[in-house]
Design a protein around this ligand. Structure first.
Ligand code: SF4
Ligand code: SF4
Length: 355
């Protein structure tokens, strides 16, 4: 599996000889305060293993688990290096050799939480929902939002697949990702629109699966895109200002920055406040690419640092997975999932909890 790294030689070479220009941008390196887990450090160990200077062992597998896939490094890299893609190839080599952290494999293969609201949808139909790993409260909120936006009636992908398998790709199981993502692509054939609740699934269907030779027929959107400009009657449900955190795969991944902010402005009485670093340079919650499973304390520290600039305001993030992680990481701070917050503003009695 080391041959998977051959395609990334140029990126590896430019990183190895770089004076760590993206050091400041990596939330994992900042939180861990360790040079070995900077993008430079990760790529240097990949180079060492690829050319045979270092063994492919458990230490390498553990080191390569230190990344959230946030792409902040790429946002500031003069070479536009996609460090996570190289890292996922290295993780595949470690997994194939039996040296990947067990927690990373368990995270990638874990089942989503129970979602009765998703299970209750019929199979097929013109608009199909992909919930990913978000919880049932977020699914119920999304169904209300999509119906209010005129996208109903909603359906499930044929065959019942509710995830793209992107965790498998990120954890180093590309063949299993192919199977899972193609199953989902088959399950949405014939739809008018596919709506993902986790930006990671939208990115998998829009970028990662096509890059592997399979295009997805219908357009794929994240929930924030699907309802943008289509929610007529929103009543503010939150007093004062909020801090908005761009979810990495929604912002840097899909390029969606303004639509969720505009909708959010309609459901609060105050302003949408930005952290010092925002939009393309925005912080990372710490949960991505398995870090919360392999290094939970470090992942929590990453999350706390992402929202530390503005310590007194409630946080809103347009990813149920990020919201859940931040809620645990910041213990006691108000963290709102965008979908559940906006659904409460629809003006009907909402049943959503904060998810
Ligand atoms: S990703 Fe770019 S900026 Fe970061 S170490 Fe590699 S070459 Fe340097
Ligand atoms: S993707 Fe994010 S966590 Fe991973 S190396 Fe780059 S900046 Fe660090």
């Amino acid at each position: 599996m080391l041959r998977l790294l051959d395609a990334h030689r140029h990126a590896i070479d430019t990183c190895v000889f770089c004076p760590k220009l993206c050091r400041f941008a990596c939330p994992v390196a900042e939180a861990a305060a360790r040079e070995t887990v900077t993008p430079w450090g990760l790529m240097t160990r990949i180079d060492d293993v690829h050319v045979g200077r270092a063994p492919l062992d458990g230490a390498a597998g553990d080191l390569w688990a230190h990344c959230t896939g946030c792409h902040r490094c790429q946002a500031v890299c003069k070479h536009d290096n996609d460090v996570p893609q190289v890292l996922y190839a290295a993780r595949a080599a470690a997994a194939a050799a039996g040296h990947a952290p067990a927690a990373l494999g368990a995270w990638a293969h874990s089942a989503p939480p129970p979602r009765p609201a998703f299970d209750a949808l019929p199979e097929g139909g013109p608009v199909r929902l992909v919930p990913g790993y978000v919880d049932d409260d977020t699914v119920r909120a999304a169904v209300r939002l999509l119906e209010a936006a005129g996208h109903g009636p909603l359906g499930r992908p044929v065959g019942g697949a509710g995830v793209s398998g992107i965790r498998l790709l990120e954890a180093g199981h590309p063949d299993a990702f192919d199977v899972a993502a193609r199953r989902l692509a088959d399950g949405v054939e014939g739809a008018r629109l596919v709506v993902c609740l986790d930006p990671a699934d939208a990115l998998a269907l829009r970028r990662d699966l096509p890059a592997r030779g399979r295009t997805v027929g219908p357009p794929v959107q994240h929930l924030t895109e699907a309802v943008a400009g289509r929610l007529a009657a929103l009543t503010p449900v939150l007093e004062g200002d909020v801090l908005y955190l761009d979810a990495c795969r929604l912002g840097r991944g899909l390029g969606v920055y303004d639509a969720p902010r505009r909708t959010l402005e309609a459901v609060i009485t105050g302003r949408v406040v930005e952290a010092v670093m925002h939009h393309a340079e925005g912080g990372c919650c710490g949960a991505g690419a398995g870090l919360a499973a392999t290094q939970p304390a470090l992942a929590a520290q990453v999350g706390r640092e992402a929202v530390a600039d503005v310590p007194d305001l409630p946080v809103v993030v347009a990813s149920g997975v990020c919201a859940g992680h931040l809620r645990v990481a910041t213990a006691g701070r108000a963290v709102h999932g965008w979908a559940t917050l906006v659904a409460r503003a629809l003006g009907r009695p909402g049943q959503e909890d904060e998810g």
